[in-house]
Design a protein around this ligand. Structure first.
Ligand code: SAM
Length: 307
């Protein structure tokens, strides 16, 4: 009874405004219906750069593959308040849970922020100093404004939102989201070449039986996709409590020419690695059971054979 999974035909065709409403405006053009030249592969990259596509700063940079209940995203959101992060998860129940969790965190933080900065009263103060004698006069002046003008007036937009701020508030979890998808399929439909600066594979399903190994989320084929969507210098993080899976992931990553192991010793005191090991629901469970955790992090390096 799960909804079928949907994939964008290419990264620039994905409308992110539902997931990151503070960062993306809904697309004006109709969704899902490709324009004539959208079908031409050679135009794909050119199209990504034309004005109207999202500016560089509005791109998702971190992807948490198989994010589960989302503990990592929630931990990293305030550490990188202006970095967009996406959890990718195949199980509907977990996606629904995490969506609600993020919405709750956002609304709490936005309320706190309003009280902290006195944003709403401040707007009122400014309106008063604009010589509006009474609330009636304010209402009349707003009513007589053309709707289009009104919408382009940021102060008015704030009033319409009942004083809620209409821009990302750092630390308000506006920068994290989750999408239901199969990460073993079509990842390059979501991210452009070189887009991601961090990818996380935290406590992936071990698929113990040998005939199930092909279901493992680290494989030579999939590593080629991960390398493609990662930026040179970006970091791929893996952690597991299953020694056999750790050895498997290392054996594939160690020989892959576009990744280079980063010694664990370089991460002493590193907040990201601390979150990688300790912030997820699975990681906490392992800790409660005094299980071991095996970390392996890799840097995406320059293609040794290019140029
Ligand atoms: N990373 C989380 C944590 O550390 O708490 C969850 C770990 S859980 C053992 C593995 C998760 O990966 C599950 O939530 C599972 O649904 C998800 N998963 C497995 N295969 C996947 C796939 N192909 N695409 C997306 N998610 C997947």
């Amino acid at each position: 009874n799960d909804m079928p999974l949907e994939y964008p035909i290419r990264p620039s065709a994905k409308d992110w405004s539902d997931l990151y409403p503070m960062y993306f405006k809904p697309e004006a053009k109709s969704r899902g219906v490709p324009e004539q030249d959208d079908l031409s592969v050679s135009d794909a990259n050119k199209d990504d750069q034309k004005p109207g596509s999202q500016p560089e700063s509005r791109k998702i940079e971190f992807a948490d593959i198989g994010c589960g209940y989302g503990g990592l995203l929630v931990a990293l959101a305030p550490l990188f308040p202006d970095t967009l992060m996406l959890g990718m998860e195949i199980r509907t129940k977990l996606v629904d849970y995490l969506q609600q969790r993020i919405e709750a965190l956002r609304s709490i933080q936005h309320k706190l922020h309003q009280n902290d900065t006195g944003d709403a009263p401040d707007v009122e103060k400014r309106i008063k100093t604009e010589d509006l004698d009474s609330a009636d006069q304010l209402k009349n002046s707003v009513d007589s404004t053309e709707q289009d003008d009104a919408e382009s007036d940021p102060e008015y937009a704030k009033i319409q939102d009942n004083g809620e701020t209409n821009f990302p508030v750092p630390g308000s979890y506006d920068n994290i989201a989750v999408i239901r998808m199969n990460a073993m399929k079509y990842l390059p439909n979501f991210f452009e070449k070189g887009q991601l600066t961090k990818m996380f594979f935290l406590f992936p399903d071990p698929h113990f039986k040998k005939r199930k190994h092909k279901a493992r989320i680290i494989s030579s084929t999939l590593l080629a996709e991960y390398a493609y969507i990662m930026k040179v210098g970006g970091i791929l993080y893996t952690v597991t409590d299953v020694k056999d899976l750790h050895d498997w992931m290392r054996s594939h990553l160690d020989v892959f020419p576009l990744f280079e192991r980063i010694p664990d010793s370089e991460f002493e005191g590193d907040l990201v690695v601390s979150a990688v090991c300790n912030s997820t629901e699975e990681g906490r469970k392992v800790a409660r059971n005094n299980g071991d955790k095996y970390l392996a992090c890799y840097r995406r390096i320059e293609d040794p054979y290019s140029s």
